[in-house]
Design a protein around this ligand. Structure first.
Ligand SMILES: Nc1ncnc2c1ncn2[C@@H]1O[C@H](COP(=O)(O)OP(=O)(O)OP(=O)(O)O)[C@@H](O)[C@H]1O
Ligand SMILES: O=P(O)(O)OC[C@H]1O[C@H](OP(=O)(O)OP(=O)(O)O)[C@H](O)[C@@H]1O
Ligand SMILES: O=C(O)c1cccnc1
Length: 492
């Protein structure tokens, strides 16, 4: 689908921080606008203290880039902006330049659904400085949120250990776009369906749902309400049993289930939305089994997340479908992923690429210079390490050492012939032309499941996971160290 067309009717070039436009103007003014640069988008820490992260949002990025242009009304809006002295913020010749700006960047990115780790680029953009800069905010907005929610969803789905998870978040999500993007990302992370009908239509995600307490309350009795629902939807009966008294509700559901069965239809299950979910789900299971409804599902909802689901599993709750809303779509325990977008190299006046670092007091914030490649090494189908490297340093090498970017005492020797090597960054745009077919939503979801299979369960543990090794190839590590020393004038 065309996200910009279906959702936003056209280009989103103004979906940016104002400082990107002031920098763009200043780049143009100082003759640097067309200077070639490389920017990398990466995060420094997994969200939710997770041991893994699921990349998501690339289709939005592709669509954003394909529709990256300034519309006439965008330019008029910028044109009427005034400085304090009444002069225009942007000269008209600059606005004419923006009008003629065509997207011409090269973009490499990891595919949606890929398991990713701190420091490795999810997206690498190479192109004129002004264009790279103007993409920053939107790319971060898109990737940070969808990657965050896909990861949360994968964690919830892991906790559910093979049971279906339904995403029920629309009513409490962060606005309209937040809800839609969250439904998409939740599906990528492994949810079976969404309650969000528009997300179903836009993204091709299965839609599902039960009914609310209001349905029951609108009748004189719960039994009457169940019967009426069964008349309307004989194929789709999941009865919400906790409006008045959960045990009585289960009895009523069984009674209506029997009526349905006489008509050749099967009740799908019951939903419990309050109280002790372990206690009531076990009662529901027993009562349903005893009445001959062994195939009826017990659906649970009510402020669930991966931790409550894990606890309910330990308590041997008889829940087989989990409805999860607020805590999933708002990423309740960590509302933002901290991915950043950093300049990593620039072509100087002589046409030579110069790697760049920003030196920080916190070593975790010192970026990794250069136009990166990322390899994942597998042994017997299991991922053992990811390596960030510069292609130009690899010629003729048969082995190397990868070094942790934060703690250089953590190292791993890699003999290339011992491993299967996967290159994670795929070409997405070349000179502004899309060269990659975005994966269909079901292929992305499958990619996430397949990717997770590469990783040992110790990395997927929900609390205190084992840290997966990601390192800089030794010559890149040396380059970065040398640049840091140079910028800090240690060698003077
Ligand atoms: N056996 C259990 N073990 C751990 N957590 C549970 C268990 N049963 C329910 N929960 C969780 O405890 C919390 C109970 O929240 P709350 O007090 O709001 O529920 P409630 O009063 O039963 O229902 P509500 O107020 O929504 O009608 C929910 O997050 C729920 O998922
Ligand atoms: O709890 P969540 O994970 O967000 O899942 C969605 C919740 O939305 C509905 O509740 P409703 O809006 O009727 O509110 P209430 O049940 O909290 O009163 C539903 O019954 C779930 O409890
Ligand atoms: O279909 C449901 O049961 C549902 C949908 C949204 C929120 N809560 C429940």
């Amino acid at each position: 689908m065309k996200i910009t067309k279906d959702l936003y009717q056209g280009s989103l070039a103004l979906l940016t921080d104002f400082y990107q436009l002031t920098m763009a103007y200043a780049y143009w003014k100082s003759g640097k606008a067309e200077q070639e640069a490389v920017f990398n988008l990466f995060f420094r820490k997994h969200p939710f203290q997770s041991g893994f992260t699921i990349a998501a949002g690339l289709e939005y990025v592709v669509d954003f880039c394909n529709n990256f242009y300034f519309k006439d009304d965008d330019l008029s809006y910028l044109g009427q902006m005034k400085n304090a002295d009444g002069s225009p913020v942007f000269e008209s010749t600059f606005l004419a330049y923006l009008k003629s700006l065509n997207f011409t960047c090269d973009i490499d990115a990891v595919e949606e659904g890929t398991v990713v780790f701190p420091h490795t680029p999810l997206i690498s953009v190479k192109g004129p400085l002004i264009q790279c800069q103007l993409l920053e905010t939107a790319l971060l907005n898109i990737i940070n949120f969808q990657t965050l929610i896909a990861t949360k969803s994968a964690r919830v789905v892991l906790a559910a250990k093979g049971d279906s998870v339904l995403e029920f978040g629309l009513r409490r999500a962060q606005g309209i776009d937040g809800a839609l993007a969250a439904s998409r990302a939740s599906y990528i992370g492994g949810c079976a369906a969404t309650s969000n009908v528009m997300a179903g239509k836009l993204f091709g995600i299965p839609v599902s749902g039960t009914h609310a307490h209001s349905w029951i309350m609108s009748f004189d009795s719960e039994l009457e309400a169940f019967k009426a629902y069964a008349d309307a939807f004989p194929e789709k009966c999941v009865f919400l049993v906790d409006t008045y008294d959960t045990v009585a509700g289960i009895k009523n559901a069984i009674e209506v289930g029997k009526i349905l069965r006489e008509k050749g239809k099967e009740m799908l299950g019951v939903r419990i939305d309050s109280g002790d979910l372990a206690y009531f789900s076990n009662i529901a299971r027993e009562m349903l089994d005893e009445a001959g409804f062994q195939d009826a599902q017990v659906v649970a909802s009510n402020d669930l997340d991966e931790h409550i689901i894990t606890s309910l599993k330990i308590q041997e709750a008889s829940v087989s479908v989990w409805g999860v809303g607020t805590k999933l779509v708002t990423a309740y325990d960590q509302p933002a992923l901290g991915a950043v977008y950093k300049l990593a190299a620039i072509k100087n006046q002589n046409g030579v690429w110069e790697p760049k670092v920003k030196v920080s007091q916190q070593s975790i914030k010192t970026n990794i210079p250069g136009k990166h490649q990322v390899s994942r090494f597998l042994k017997n189908g299991r991922a053992v390490a990811d390596m960030i490297f510069l292609k130009e340093y690899m010629e003729g090498k048969t082995s190397t050492t990868i070094i942790d970017p934060i703690d250089p005492t953590k190292r791993k020797r890699i003999n290339f012939e011992d491993f299967e090597e996967i290159n994670l960054l795929k070409p997405i745009f070349r000179k502004g032309t899309q060269v990659y077919d975005c994966l269909k939503i079901d292929a992305i979801k499958q990619n996430a499941q397949d990717n997770l299979m590469y990783f040992d369960k110790t990395h997927k543990r929900l609390t205190n996971p084992h840290v997966y090794p990601v390192g800089l190839e030794e010559s890149l590590y040396q380059l970065r160290t040398a640049l840091v020393f140079k910028m800090k004038n240690y060698d003077k």
